[in-house]
Design a protein around this ligand. Structure first.
Ligand code: S3P
Length: 263
């Protein structure tokens, strides 16, 4: 055997060891999930992730290929989260609620925590049409936009384990709700009109609020939508005075309760 062949054999042995370790590691990740479920513990523990990274950085300090190894571990960590997510949610999670109820923020947070793919409906529609939501409303009208929303929901049937941030008007059509429920759970985020006002007052991408950014208008539109929002929801999470972690924890807990699991 020449030197190169020998090196390749040694590399293959390393790969085998890595593979064996990864299989072991993934099994441990699953056991941790089971332990947390059995002991009613919090599933989301961002501090634990930070602790792991800190230990890794300290261990690697000054070593060769520090950056590449940290990058490899980030990927390992990402895939552990995916294993968790697939174990917990074998369906899509649709976030509904009034404009400014926190759908986009919570979608980002949840999808990061569980390494889930996410879809921001308004952003997808706007990208595909090559114009802002306000321009779509102005040029083609609301009905046209609503049809794009329905078509996108139908398209999402092909995906699973995705977090979807819906436009605020999505639950107003009954067939949209039926589409979401085919392979998903619907989570309603709520907030007081005063909170909504504070969150939307400086933005200009919501045509329905553009000249109506005041608490009485928001309250009125919210009241008109309340019944349909609540009828669509599998679970409801209030967002006033809570941070992203608290909202996601409550949401995960309620979703697991629906499956007879609890944390
Ligand atoms: C709408 C909400 C908006 C956007 C459009 C119409 C609505 O989405 O889809 O402006 O009817 O409530 P956000 O709720 O994400 O702001």
């Amino acid at each position: 055997m020449n030197e190169l062949d020998e090196l390749r054999v040694r590399l293959a042995v390393c790969d085998e060891q890595i593979l064996e370790c990864l299989l072991k590691r993934n099994a441990i990740v699953e056991d941790i999930m089971k332990y947390k479920e059995a002991h009613n513990m919090r599933i989301i523990q961002p501090d634990q992730e930070k602790r792991q990274l800190k230990i890794l950085r300290e261990t690697l300090k000054g070593q060769k290929h520090e950056k590449e190894i940290i990058d490899t571990f980030a990927r390992i960590n990402y895939n552990s989260k995916r294993i968790q997510a697939r174990h917990l949610f074998n369906y899509n999670i649709f976030l509904i609620g009034f404009m400014g109820s926190g759908k986009s923020t919570i979608t980002d947070y949840l999808s990061t925590m569980f390494a889930m793919k996410s879809v921001e409906m308004d952003a997808v529609i706007s990208r595909r049409e090559g114009m802002s939501i306000s321009d779509i409303f102005a040029e083609f009208g609301e009905e046209y936009f609503r049809n794009l929303e329905t078509n996108l929901l139908i398209e999402l049937q092909a995906k699973s384990n995705v977090v979807v941030s819906c436009g605020g008007g999505v639950p107003m059509r009954e067939n949209n709700v039926a589409e979401m429920k085919k392979n998903g759970r619907v989570v309603l985020l709520t907030a007081r009109p005063e909170t909504i006002y504070e969150r939307v007052k400086d933005s200009h991408d919501r045509p329905l609020l553009e000249h109506n950014k005041n608490v009485p208008y928001i309250s009125e539109l919210m009241a008109k939508r309340k019944e349909k929002y609540e009828a669509a929801a599998d679970i409801i999470v209030e967002t006033d005075n809570k941070d992203e972690l608290q909202i996601c924890e409550e949401m995960v807990q309620k979703l697991l309760e629906m499956d007879g699991k609890s944390i």
